[in-house]
Design a protein around this ligand. Sequence first.
Ligand SMILES: NC(=O)c1ccc[n+]([C@@H]2O[C@H](COP(=O)([O-])OP(=O)(O)OC[C@H]3O[C@@H](n4cnc5c(N)ncnc54)[C@H](O)[C@@H]3O)[C@@H](O)[C@H]2O)c1
Length: 424
Amino acid sequence: MSERKRYVLAGTGGRGLGMFAKPLLTNFTKYCELVGLFDHNPDRIAAANEILGSKLPGYTDFGEMLRSANPDAVIVSTRDSTHAEFIIQTLAAGKRAISEKPLCVDGKQCREILAAAKKYKRKGGVCYVTHNMRYGPAISELKRQLDSGVIGDVKAINFHENLDRKHGADYFRRWHRVKKNSGGLLIHKASHHFDALNWLVGSIPVDLVAQGGTIFYGKNGPFRHDRCDGCPHAKKCDFYAEMWSNERNRKLYKEAEKSDGYIRDGCVFDKEVDIEDHAGVLYTYKNGAKVTYSLTAFATYEGWHIQFEGTKGRLELKEVHDTRWAAGNITVHGMEKSIGKSLTLYSPREGLKELSIPEAEGAHGGADPAIQHDFFGRPWDAPLTARMAPLDQAVQAVLIGHAANVSIAKKSKPVKVQDFLKRG
Ligand SMILES: NC(=O)c1ccc[n+]([C@@H]2O[C@H](COP(=O)([O-])OP(=O)(O)OC[C@H]3O[C@@H](n4cnc5c(N)ncnc54)[C@H](O)[C@@H]3O)[C@@H](O)[C@H]2O)c1
């Protein structure tokens, strides 16, 4: 009997094709068969088939897709705010939902998904979220070090995320820039970080307070136009960007945008921007560990700095990327020297040790091939690995961002994170 299971990709955007459809059609054919594409825009399905060189059946109606394609699993890679409805329908049909992060965009959607998982449990449906940050070689090594007890019990964590004016700005060009689509960066982006911290610490968040705002993009810009294509300010704007990697993709996407109006090169200074471009979150884990988290989406360089202080020592992970100031590829001269990754142990007993970070190839520092292997490179019923995020863990990542959004909206009011499993 064939061990291959039937998969449908929901959401034929950049991530859906690169992370899921292409690998399923090439590297993971032993256990997986991609049997269809779902998207609300038929032009995007047609473009996906052209890019993939495939003739997969396309569906614009999710229920019809479940009935006709009869997949064993649905990979959900649509806009964040739509994950919940597709996950719930997949669970109701007793199938496996594999969703991109974030699981969803707020506490209400978390509760709805959890209720569906409970209601349809007997039908056999399950949901996992592809939290790929857990699979990064540096984060995996950090986890090994923490679990070895080398710094004792973790007491305090600082996590500083810097998104530069190229990568960070991209969230202000597209659907992410509207909170109802993405939950804002504290959900869309920080769900990576909150999930990784939950996993590294092995506890759940309890008390939280946050502040944040839009202080650089959106209405703060000196000028604006609807999009970069044809922008009269192009010559003087650091954020002018050509979004297409080649002429074929440019044509395909320009054709597809005619039917749904979704553009990829929207102006970062558009007044519709309502997500924070800077935020700070303070929270406490149930085991007592304290977190200071910050996110800046207009940073001069890209990277992160994560510090774990324990009862016996300290671990620091620092990554500085080959940064590009804004879309015009303006580099920061002299920065070359500081580019790279380091994982440092500060131990009163062992002294200062630079720990080695394993090398890995592939997207997101090698995280994507590793997570693809866990989900698609093993038999369907292989046991979960420790890095595969089940529903309850994916919920916790969203709850922190949601709690932070609520706290910010209430002028930094302290909130109880787990209360959002019940209401709010
Ligand atoms: N894990 C990671 O590192 C990572 C990286 C990038 C994106 N993502 C996630 O992947 C998902 C897709 O992101 P993307 O960058 O490919 O976005 P995208 O905009 O390129 O693609 C989204 C696709 O979903 C479709 N879509 C939107 N609303 C829909 C609806 N209501 N019904 C059906 N289809 C709909 C769009 O037509 C589009 O084809 C998002 O959830 C995002 O958060 C994860």
